[in-house]
Design a protein around this ligand. Structure first.
Ligand SMILES: C[S@@+](CC[C@H](N)C(=O)[O-])C[C@H]1O[C@@H](n2cnc3c(N)ncnc32)[C@H](O)[C@@H]1O
Length: 233
């Protein structure tokens, strides 16, 4: 005869197993989503292991973007832990910055970094997908993105969205991995083809050597023309 107490213990054990399985499935799901979005299991790891090493590259990108947009509104796509945004806000004190990122953990981290730097009034972050940017048409004077494009499931769609939110005459600067670091970019310059097929109609391409003379990154400079185009996707 099974006692009432044993039945209760069994029910509690089964409940615990179900709860634990759910938790494990949730964390495995989050880890996979993070690896898809930024190659590492957590935003904290990315910040500590990758972004911290790239401060010199962000400084360089920040001064290039600040020279292009000394004032006005700049959007950073795939803003990650917010290191570039903070450097950029310091370089360009008349600029307001909005960072958008698909990862809420990255957005929290970036917002904390901006607040700790006393920049929360001018630098804000929100969760969003480059495939459907949560902003109005022609809202920004400039757009910047570093090392994010190779994570976008549909880069052409991302560029079309960036075009939509950029003012006429505005410039988007998209820095991404050089083709030897990102195998899908091989076989004809894939990024150049995507840019040519986008509403921008093409890009100026620069190889960015950093650190030292290592050709580590590629920069796509995309300008939205003053006159409207007939682009349809
Ligand atoms: C390799 S990290 C680069 C982060 C930061 N820009 C940097 O240079 O350190 C890629 C970033 O892009 C974001 N990301 C990936 N896919 C995205 C998407 N579809 N829309 C918006 N952000 C995305 C990731 O969450 C991640 O923060």
């Amino acid at each position: 005869m099974v006692s009432k107490r044993s039945l209760l213990a069994l029910a509690a054990m089964l409940g615990g197993v179900v709860l634990l399985r759910g938790r494990l499935r949730d964390s495995a799901g989050r880890i996979f989503a993070n690896v898809r979005a930024f190659d590492l299991p957590s935003a904290a790891m990315y910040d500590a292991l990758v972004a911290s090493v790239l401060e010199g590259f962000y400084a360089r990108a920040a001064s290039e973007v600040a020279a292009a947009h000394p004032g006005g509104k700049v959007l950073e796509v795939g803003s990650g832990p917010g290191r570039l945004a903070v450097q950029l806000a310091r370089e360009a004190p008349d600029t307001t910055l909005t960072g958008v990122d698909i990862s809420d953990a990255m957005v929290e981290r970036a917002a904390r970094r901006a607040a700790e730097a006393g920049l929360a009034e001018r630098v804000r972050f929100e969760v969003g997908d480059v495939s459907a940017l949560p902003f109005a048409d022609q809202e920004f004077d400039g757009v910047v993105s570093t090392l994010s494009l190779h994570h976008w499931p549909d880069p052409a769609r991302g560029l079309a969205e960036i075009y939509r939110v950029l003012k006429r005459g505005g410039e988007a600067r998209i820095y991404d991995l050089a083709h030897w670091m990102w195998p899908p970019a091989r076989g004809g310059n894939r990024l150049v083809r995507i840019a040519a097929a986008s509403p921008f109609g093409g890009a100026e391409v620069e190889i960015v050597r950093w650190p030292g003379s290592v050709p580590a990154f590629v920069l796509l400079r995309l300008r939205r023309a003053y006159e409207a185009t007939n682009y349809r996707r």
